[in-house]
Write a protein that binds this ligand. Structure first.
Ligand code: GH3
Ligand code: MG
Ligand code: MG
Length: 416
């Protein structure tokens, strides 16, 4: 895991800062206490850190040489001083440092935390800059790099759309009003939105100074998440980027929460309803059957009643683990609710599907649960429907009927 580098020559402040950081982050923290140490540290470790928190007036580098050294190594840096100085702020903004803060205890703590988290996450995404001016694009790219963001560049609509198709890790597009080609910035936003909704891709429109403010509003109407007027102060842009990316993260987290079962990390019933639609569609088109299996743990109530709910939960996790390791990545594996699971497979003959689920029953029966002196054999019963219907519900009902037969025939078996 990448680290935070803390550069501070005041031992008391250093100690407090570490304590503060440990409260908010699991990232490892390295520290150096003067300029010589910083030089030595960077020779070996420059690729292992994702952000540096730097005391501007550093022992051995009272002129801010620490900043230059970190920038030389393209390391995103937040610079701190004891007292606020407009002069230092100007120097730092000019140098492309992405943030300058005061190091009074607890000052800007929440903001610092947000920034550090953002810079870390920025390592995994890209920004696309769409602008006619090469010098502006390069300047913006340097800025973004200080924010931990790698960027791609484009001058026109066609290349922009191609790059978006090619790079699925682009999470933000910055589009100037005036771009090359026939299609203008605002129309490009509209084109992008046909395939990339504002819940997965952020767009910030850039309007050159002096343009009619109505044009900025057009950006929003066509689907941009925000706009900014040129020329802008870097902090202004960074804050807008921060907000847009944080919003996308929140949406993504909510989507995952809504479709993943927290105990087993398997998909839930809601995910089954959504994802089975795609499988059913392509099965109907290619006239191929699906294999839908309902799996239910045998006598699970007895396990809970005898060994307690925690052991029950552990067993649900164990079974989920076996299911995950037994199927292909594209297969739909779902915790349906309680101690019931559902698996949807495509591309199989009925014989092959029966083989797979017979093997699964044996595998589960031969993988005992063993922990804290509890030793238990677990069995499951499976009802298998093989065929195709227009909706998942009717296939589940048919599989469920077979599961019922498997239970009444004595459990630990497959009925197809
Ligand atoms: P059968 O062989 O007929 O399926 O019997 P069974 O006991 O497995 O079925 P029953 O439906 O009677 O009981 C299911 C039990 O599963 C009851 C419930 O407490 C337990 N259960 C459901 N969800 C969870 C869970 O999340 N954690 C734990 N520990 N138990 C759960
Ligand atoms: Mg059961
Ligand atoms: Mg049940």
């Amino acid at each position: 895991m990448k680290k935070i580098l803390l550069i501070e020559d005041n031992p008391e402040l250093l100690k407090n800062k570490i304590k503060e950081l440990r409260k908010s982050f699991i990232f490892p923290i390295d520290t150096v206490e003067n300029f010589t140490q910083l030089q030595e540290y960077l020779v070996i470790n420059k690729d292992n850190i994702f952000i540096a928190l730097l005391d501007y007036f550093l022992d051995g580098a009272m002129e801010g040489q620490g900043v230059d050294l970190l920038l030389e190594h393209k390391i995103p840096t937040i610079v701190y001083t004891q007292e606020y100085s407009t002069e230092i702020r100007e120097i730092l903004l000019d140098k492309c440092v992405f943030e300058y803060l005061i190091k009074k205890p607890n000052s800007d703590l929440l903001y610092s935390t947000r920034l550090i988290e953002r810079v870390y996450k920025n390592n995994f995404i890209k920004v696309l800059i769409v602008d006619g001016s090469k010098s502006f694009r390069n300047k913006l790219a340097r800025n973004l790099q200080q924010f931990g963001l790698e960027s791609l560049q484009s001058t026109n609509a066609k290349t922009t759309l191609e790059l978006l198709e090619e790079h699925c890790d682009i999470q933000l597009v910055l589009i100037d009003l005036d771009i090359s080609g026939d299609i203008q910035g605002v129309e490009l936003v509209e084109d992008i939105r046909k395939n990339f909704p504002s819940t997965t891709l952020g767009i910030i429109g850039m309007t050159p100074h002096g343009y009619n403010s109505q044009l900025s509003i057009e950006f929003l109407k066509k689907g941009a998440n925000d706009f900014i007027t040129k020329p802008f102060v870097k902090e202004q842009l960074n804050l807008r980027i921060l907000q847009v990316l944080e919003m996308l993260d929140t949406i993504q987290e909510k989507n995952i929460e809504a479709t993943i079962d927290p105990l087993t990390q398997l998909k839930n019933r809601r995910a089954l309803e959504v994802e089975s639609k795609v499988l059913i569609q392509s099965a109907l088109i290619s006239n191929q059957p699906l294999s839908v299996a309902m799996i239910d743990i045998d006598h699970f109530k007895v396990v809970n009643d005898t060994y307690g709910h925690a052991v029950g939960d552990d067993i649900l996790k164990l079974i989920s683990q076996i299911l995950k390791s037994n199927f292909r990545k594209k297969d739909l594996i779902v915790r349906n609710g309680g101690e019931e699971f559902c698996i949807v497979l495509d591309d199989l003959t009925q014989e092959k599907a029966i083989d797979i689920f017979e093997a699964l029953i044996k595998k589960i029966a031969s993988t005992p649960y063993e922990k804290d002196g509890v030793f238990l054999n677990i069995n499951v019963s499976i009802g298998l429907f093989h065929g195709i219907k227009n909706d998942i519900k009717s296939m589940l009902t048919l599989a469920d009927k077979k599961l019922y037969v498997a239970k009444s025939n004595g459990r630990n078996q497959l009925v197809s």
